[in-house]
Design a protein around this ligand. Structure first.
Ligand SMILES: Nc1ncnc2c1ncn2[C@@H]1O[C@H](COP(=O)(O)OP(=O)(O)O)[C@@H](O)[C@H]1O
Ligand SMILES: [Mg+2]
Length: 60
């Protein structure tokens, strides 16, 4: 089973899709300079996957 979510669009306005099922089976590292969009990306993933998987956010 796959669970695709759209996290945004690329430079050509094509949808950027990630598979939540695949993500849950592996790990994700989001790395970048300050202001590069890490928090924005995580928010998109949380918003789009909210109906698919239970979420717990820990932000110390
Ligand atoms: N894909 C995106 N499209 C539009 N604006 C974005 C995108 N990613 C980040 N931004 C904007 O860029 C700024 C910095 O992003 P942010 O996620 O706070 O960066 P970081 O957490 O890496 O420091 C914010 O104002 C955010 O809204
Ligand atoms: Mg941030």
């Amino acid at each position: 089973m796959s669970a695709p979510i759209q996290i945004g669009t690329d430079q050509s306005d094509r949808p950027v899709i990630i598979d939540v099922e695949e993500l849950l089976a592996t790990r994700l590292l989001v790395q970048g300079n300050s202001g590069s969009g890490k928090s924005h990306l995580l928010r998109r993933i949380l918003e789009e996957s909210a109906g698919i998987v239970q979420q717990v956010v820990i932000d110390p």
